[in-house]
Ligand binder design. Structure first.
Ligand SMILES: Cc1ncc(COP(=O)(O)O)c(C=O)c1O
Length: 471
């Protein structure tokens, strides 16, 4: 394919026309350029300026499904009209479950997103909170085995969570945190071979390996199946942070034998800022056995932090202080569900339900490859016209080792100016200072034309930024 063809509007349009997921864009509210630059949310936007923005930032905050507003209105009306009855009375003209069942209502569809059995998933708390709750149950250090392996460049919240868990158990993070470090400053990816070799090196002292499914900065998709299997074969617990993986790539948490995982719903899962999180507990850890009798039950189960919402619904309101955990991940819940949040999750999952993670992945591979091709052409262009490349892609080039996101490392000093121009042109991507721009075409709502628009503006922004630094 000639470069002009790939760059042409016609090519991008033709890809959009052939896109089997194209109808999904209409299920989302795409901010207009005018909306992005307005300083008010009230009042009318400029009716003559409804041109859509180019939003490639679903790895940070996913866009709003149109269903969300409808479901929120139903939730608010139920609350207004039913008060406390909203907890248990069915309402026939809403798709939403009575609030007592709001958690169970989203469990099965969420489980499909991460490749789990329904009982293995709970929608609860938030991501870091879930990591803590799960580590409380799964991190069982002994004098000899107390170390936790994470990345040297882990997302700060994960780093802090691990540090504090170690301290709570009386260990010094300086001795008990093992870090995976990228091979060099220019290559930030971590090979599976290297990860396994570090696990091997520290195997006898490790209690837990906690890694991200997809690395937030580089966009690297780790070989979760191999790493989990290797970790577990050494008697170590395998936990995963799936913030950037859930809703982005197909996962098989059950089949991969993952011990536990946690994720958020505000990125590729489009449930809104700070929305409720997800948790996975493999079925082998969620069993509840009655070792007493029917008259005098006594339960054996994995120790965890307890609260009333993890206890069986049938006895929850008996107020008898007899804790009987719900089998599976739901038994790790502590508080009653935020119904506002689970309403947003319901809206999101009702969109996902109309397709599958494998179909989403097919488009994702294609649209991200298109972004990569255009970036590569731009690099050739820069070499020819400027005599140098102004950026390089730090995300793995192998499509199996990445999700939707490509991370672009800019020549130092260009970021501010480039981000300014992108924003001015209604192009939304995410920056990681000092030099990285993360660009993520979300297959449900992004089009090939979005990718092309980004490239057009980014090309001009790079040229402009260089002129400015020379001036
Ligand atoms: C990889 C990763 N871990 C943890 C977090 C923190 O999530 P939360 O604030 O929902 O606890 C984020 C947030 O973006 C993240 O990307």
């Amino acid at each position: 394919m000639e470069k002009e063809d790939l760059f042409s509007e016609g090519y991008a349009k033709a890809q959009d026309e052939q896109d089997p997921l194209r109808k999904f864009r209409e299920y989302f509210v795409i901010p207009s350029k005018a909306d992005l630059s307005r300083t008010k949310i009230g009042g009318r936007a400029d009716e003559n300026n409804k041109e859509e923005s180019t939003y490639l930032c679903g790895n940070s905050l996913g866009l709003q499904p149109t269903l969300t507003k409808k479901y929120f209105e139903e939730y608010l009306s139920t609350w207004a009209q039913k008060g406390v009855f909203g907890h248990f009375k069915d309402v026939s003209d809403t798709h939403l479950a009575p609030w007592l069942n709001a958690d169970a209502d989203v469990q099965g569809d969420m489980a499909k997103i991460v490749g789990a059995k329904t009982e293995e998933v709970a929608v609860m708390n938030t991501l870091t909170a879930n990591l803590h709750f799960l580590m409380c149950s799964f991190y069982k250090p002994t004098k000899d085995r107390h170390k936790i392996l994470i990345e040297g460049r882990a997302f700060p919240s994960d780093h802090f969570a691990v540090e504090s868990q170690l301290r709570f158990h009386g260990f010094d993070p300086k001795d008990s945190m093992i870090f995976l470090e990228p091979p060099s400053d220019t290559d930030s990816t971590l090979s599976t071979e290297y990860i396994l070799s570090v696990i091997d090196k520290h195997a006898s002292e490790l209690a837990l390996v906690l890694l991200p499914g997809i690395q937030y900065y580089t966009g690297q998709f780790f070989d979760m199946a191999t790493i989990t299997s290797h970790t577990r074969s050494k008697g170590i617990i395998a936990g995963w942070d799936l913030a950037h993986a859930a809703g982005n790539v197909p996962l098989q948490l059950h089949d991969w034998n993952v011990d536990f995982a946690a994720w958020c719903t505000y990125k590729y899962l489009n449930a809104g800022p700070g929305s409720i999180g997800g948790a996975f507990v493999h079925e082998r850890h969620g069993q509840v056995k009655n070792v007493g009798s029917d008259e005098r039950p006594s339960f054996e189960y994995r120790p965890r932090l307890q609260g009333w919402w993890g206890s069986q619904k049938s006895s929850r309101f008996a107020m008898a202080n007899n804790y009987e955990p719900i089998p599976g991940a739901a038994g790790f819940q502590v508080s009653n569900t935020s119904v506002a949040d689970s309403t947003a999750v319901r809206a999101s999952l009702d969109v996902f339900k109309q397709t599958s993670m494998s179909d989403i992945r097919v488009k994702s591979l294609k649209i991200t490859a298109y972004l990569e091709q255009l970036l590569d052409l731009l690099l050739k262009d820069q070499e020819a016209t400027l005599g140098k490349k102004l950026f390089h892609i730090i995300t793995p080039r192998n499509p199996d080792e990445r999700g939707a996101q490509l991370s672009v490392m800019l020549e130092h000093g260009l970021l501010d100016h480039i981000m300014e121009i992108l924003e001015h042109n209604g192009v939304v991507v995410d920056e990681r200072r000092p030099d990285v721009v993360r660009v993520a075409p979300a297959p449900l709502y992004n089009s090939y034309q979005d990718v092309r628009n980004f490239i057009q503006v980014f090309k001009g922004a790079c040229e402009d930024a260089v002129k400015k630094t020379k001036a």
